[in-house]
Design a protein around this ligand. Sequence first.
Ligand SMILES: NC(=O)c1ccc[n+]([C@@H]2O[C@H](COP(=O)([O-])OP(=O)(O)OC[C@H]3O[C@@H](n4cnc5c(N)ncnc54)[C@H](OP(=O)(O)O)[C@@H]3O)[C@@H](O)[C@H]2O)c1
Length: 234
Amino acid sequence: MGASIDPALSGASAVFLVLTAPPRTAAAVVERLAAHVRRVVFLSSPHRTPHPFFQKPNPMAALHADIERRIAAAGLESTIIRPGMFASNSLAWWAPAIRVGEVVRWPYGAAESAPVDERDIAAVAARTLCQSGHVGGDYVLTGPESLTHAAQVEVIGDVLGRRIAFEEMTPDEFRSLWEGTVPSSAVEMLLAAWSAAVGQPAYITTAVADILGTAPRTFRQWAVEHAIAFTEGS
Ligand SMILES: NC(=O)c1ccc[n+]([C@@H]2O[C@H](COP(=O)([O-])OP(=O)(O)OC[C@H]3O[C@@H](n4cnc5c(N)ncnc54)[C@H](OP(=O)(O)O)[C@@H]3O)[C@@H](O)[C@H]2O)c1
């Protein structure tokens, strides 16, 4: 791995790190980064946030915490960005049913989250990477409003100009549905977070607005700009 990453890092002063490689590569990745650059902006998650949604132990949180420790131990100047639920998750979750006019069946219809538009995450990453003043920054990024799963589906329906029926599915049905497609640890992570989030308004921060100087995009704006993905394609 070192052989392939070193040329890409040559001449770089700062790096935006999104770990997509297997967790066992984390130590080597941080070690190679530290050999070449002084600064890293790391895409983590809000695992330190004391809100029930984020407080269920899970392998992703453990991996992110491990990478953060390694970044600090390597002496890198860092900015940690911690988005909550991406708005784009709904493409994988609900677009297949919506495209073919089926009922959206999903667990924990009353679980609340504050979906954050991935373009706001990207803009914060770019800003904190390129502008001084963000070394040591630790930012939890959220959308501007708390919406239940059912309400998010309703927003998509409004944008498409039709009512989309929503039906609650049991956690066990959800496990069976995703078996073999998504690792069971990810499925359990989601179910635990959603179960803890029922009846709890989502955690919302002003970090996107504070850093960018513009309001975070709403879920409705996101849905308007992605409407075609709910009507066409696969
Ligand atoms: N989804 C969330 O709500 C959420 C919340 C907080 C934090 N995060 C973190 O955000 C990151 C992305 O999450 P996600 O849910 O968007 O994951 P995802 O749906 O699996 O998307 C990962 C993206 O990375 C790309 N990718 C994979 N391997 C790559 C490589 N070797 N080089 C370049 N690009 C590569 C994939 O491209 P292809 O599509 O071409 O495969 C895909 O676009 C993860 O670290 C996750 O832990 C996600």
